[in-house]
Ligand binder design. Structure first.
Ligand code: 6R9
Length: 659
């Protein structure tokens, strides 16, 4: 990448001030930035006091052996006690912790007192099954309350959980169980997806033919479908938990005790087991949930639509919200079952006030049309969050307008499995927001954009996003592979490795630019930056320009090898329901990109398709589209949410070569 820039083409002039009422009563004001920059460690020490410690920490950060951090190392706490018991002890036992909404329409509301009892019973069951502090437990469950209970039961007894997304195949589960050396697996007979029961347990049975060391499989009954059972190994969740005591004394664990491992797929190589520990992780998950969503636990109804199998589910369904005593919705299923208004029906039913979802979902709702949310009462919504990918300005504006009623501020939250919690985001009562920008590092967080030589770029330029100070919820290592931790995240821009300036810089793998105000715009993974005739152009910016045209619902842009320009821009677009594909429209789209970003960014080819290849967490897999654009056989599709998408796309396209 050349020094001068990644693309810095997109001009987005719209600005939205925080609503006055929200600003007046906001949990966090602009003063937090100043306070944290004066005394960063003091700021985090203060945030750690949101938690209940059995032994208060006296140390904040130990960075004597970088890049291996210890936070609050001499403190001891129990994470499950912090998420559940302490709220009951504070007299909030009758507050609803979880409104569970099953896909078939069943549901139950679980109070903090009930959650406490369930977590204690599950913890006692794990102990009966021989699970001890330090053991690893794999969790492979649908989005049901038992998933939350299972994670908290592990945390309570000091077992490290490794949640594997319920959509992953037997092989993917097997490699994760093997790498973590899990002793127990918690699964279910199945879950409901798209209106039908979908089996889970058979994948575990298959996975366990390939790995050893798993002593028991604990099986939640969710769908009641026929389920093979291995005598002696498999145990029904309800049978074992029903006979347990609802009392369990939470033992305090060290702040640096491993809380969980979560595997990130990565584009190459075997999945990395990202390790998170207890005190620092919970501190930042709780603080950011309080600050970024302005959570008022007594009155808000919060809903994060992520799956528990992703980091967003860990930090913003389980640990952050529960540590803060929130009332939240947990929904099992898909957004279009039984109809395309299901999300909005849920918002209306529970009076959801804070909604946290992903750009891929928002673009899908745009494609379905605004008349669908318009049928529901969404007036309870007061803060809207976005996570997972850069959000295109047009999708941002649509979200604000058609879901947020033109009032609710949007917080575009940048973070990663590795960062554990939100790092860059507007604050809803403080920030004047800009559609498409995550804007500014949160109080206590240091982020910037550097060039190839690790020099900070001036405002108005692009480069690589780096984090320049350790943070409480940072990953501690890659499970079992310290060297890979150093190589992947720290070697590119840090001292002793490649730089003499003494600053440790965490390389996130994302391209970014700073605008004239110093606000940060994320430009996608650096692998997704195109080099066209010597200019760096980000796929994100071209995609946003396309989505800015009224005929386009979604787009994915790749750089294909080109003899004259190095790379040529190839765009795949999904049209909105009202538009039809014509050569004139394709020309118009190309001209529209040229007008928005400049002629250099005009796609050489635009291909109209019905679907885009996405991972199960909704990220577009551009690598597969590059295979198509370059006329290669399509590579590994095992992490796609829907494995048939690639053949569908190919069948919709004319033979390679034509636009
Ligand atoms: C939380 C999560 C991390 C990658 C990250 C970046 C992309 C996430 C984003 C965003 C732009 C945002 N990403 N949030 N890009 N704006 N608000 O998604 O974790 O699954 O580990 O993915 O997602 O590329 O590096 P994870």
């Amino acid at each position: 990448m050349s020094n001068e820039s990644l693309a810095n083409l997109l001009k987005e002039e719209r600005r939205f001030a925080p609503p006055a009422e929200l600003a007046a009563g906001a949990n966090v004001t602009a003063a937090a930035y100043a306070q944290a920059s004066e005394d960063r460690l003091g700021f985090w020490a203060e945030q750690a006091r949101r938690l209940s410690w059995a032994v208060e920490p006296t140390e904040t950060l130990d960075w004597s052996n970088p890049p291996f951090a210890k936070w609050f190392a001499d403190g001891r706490l129990n994470v499950a006690y912090n998420c559940v018991d302490r709220h009951v002890e504070a007299g909030l036992g009758d507050r609803v912790a979880i409104h569970f909404e099953g896909e078939p329409g069943d549901g139950r509301s679980i109070t903090y007192a009930q959650l406490r009892d369930e977590v204690c019973r599950a913890a006692n069951a794990l102990l009966e099954l021989g699970v001890a502090k330090g053991d690893r437990v794999a969790v492979y469950l649908p989005m049901i309350p038992e998933a939350v209970v299972a994670m908290l039961a592990c945390a309570r007894i000091g077992a490290t959980h490794s949640v594997v997304f319920g959509g992953f195949s037997a092989d993917a589960v097997a490699s994760r169980i093997q790498d973590a050396r899990a002793k127990l697996v918690i699964t279910a007979d199945g879950g409901y997806r798209r209106g039908k029961p979908s089996a889970l347990k058979p994948a575990i049975d298959e996975a366990l033919t390939k790995v050893d060391g798993v002593e028991h499989v604990l099986v939640v009954r969710r769908t009641g479908q026929d389920t093979p059972f291995t005598e002696g190994r498999d145990v029904w969740w309800h049978e074992i938990t029903d006979r347990q005591s609802a009392e369990h004394t939470p033992e305090p664990h060290e702040a640096e005790h491993p809380l969980f491992i979560l595997y990130t797929s990565g584009t190459t190589g075997k999945p990395k087991g990202i390790l998170h520990t207890s005190g620092g992780y919970l501190t930042q998950a709780a603080y950011t949930h309080h600050a970024v969503f302005d959570l008022k636990p007594a009155t808000d109804v919060y809903w994060c639509t992520a799956d528990i199998g992703w980091v967003t589910g860990h930090s913003y369904i389980v640990y952050g919200p529960l540590a803060n005593g929130a009332t939240q919705v947990v929904y099992e299923g898909t957004p279009d079952t039984p109809h395309q208004g299901r999300f909005w029906e849920i918002v209306q039913k529970y009076g959801v006030t804070i909604l946290y979802t992903a750009p891929t979902a928002i673009r899908t709702f745009m494609k379905w049309g605004e008349d669908i949310p318009a049928k529901f009462d969404l007036s309870s919504l007061r803060v809207l969050g976005s996570v997972g990918e850069p959000i295109n300005p047009e999708a941002w504006v649509w979200y604000r307008e058609h879901i947020g009623g033109g009032r609710a501020p949007i917080v575009d939250t940048w973070w990663q499995t590795e960062t554990g919690a939100i790092m860059i985001s507007p604050l809803p009562g403080v920030t004047e927001t800009k559609p498409g920008s995550a804007q500014r590092a949160l109080p206590g967080i240091a982020a910037t954009v550097v060039d190839d030589e690790a020099r900070e770029v001036p405002d108005g330029s692009g480069g690589y996003l780096v984090l320049t100070e350790p943070w409480p919820s940072m990953l501690r290592t890659v499970w079992g592979d310290d060297q890979r931790y150093i190589d992947t995240y720290w070697s590119r821009f840090s001292p002793g490795l490649t730089r003499p300036d003494g600053i440790w810089r965490y390389f996130a793998g994302d391209g970014a630019k700073k605008d004239e105000d110093g606000d940060i715009w994320l430009l996608g993974r650096v692998d997704d930056v195109m080099l066209v005739s010597g200019h760096n152009i980000s796929t994100t910016e071209v995609e946003s320009a396309l989505v800015g045209h009224p005929a386009v619902a979604e787009s994915a842009v790749v750089g294909a090898t080109d003899a004259t320009t190095g790379q040529a821009i190839v765009a795949f677009v999904i049209l909105r329901g009202t538009a039809t594909e014509t050569p004139e429209l394709v020309d118009e789209l190309r001209a529209h990109v040229g007008k928005t970003l400049g002629p250099i960014a005009k796609p050489k080819q635009i291909k109209v398709v019905g679907e885009l290849p996405k991972t199960r967490s909704g990220k577009i897999m551009r690598r597969l589209l590059r295979d198509i654009a370059e006329g290669r056989e399509v590579g590994d599709t095992t992490t796609l949410a829907d494995s048939t998408v690639m053949s569908l796309i190919q069948s919709q396209l004319p033979p390679t070569g034509s636009a």
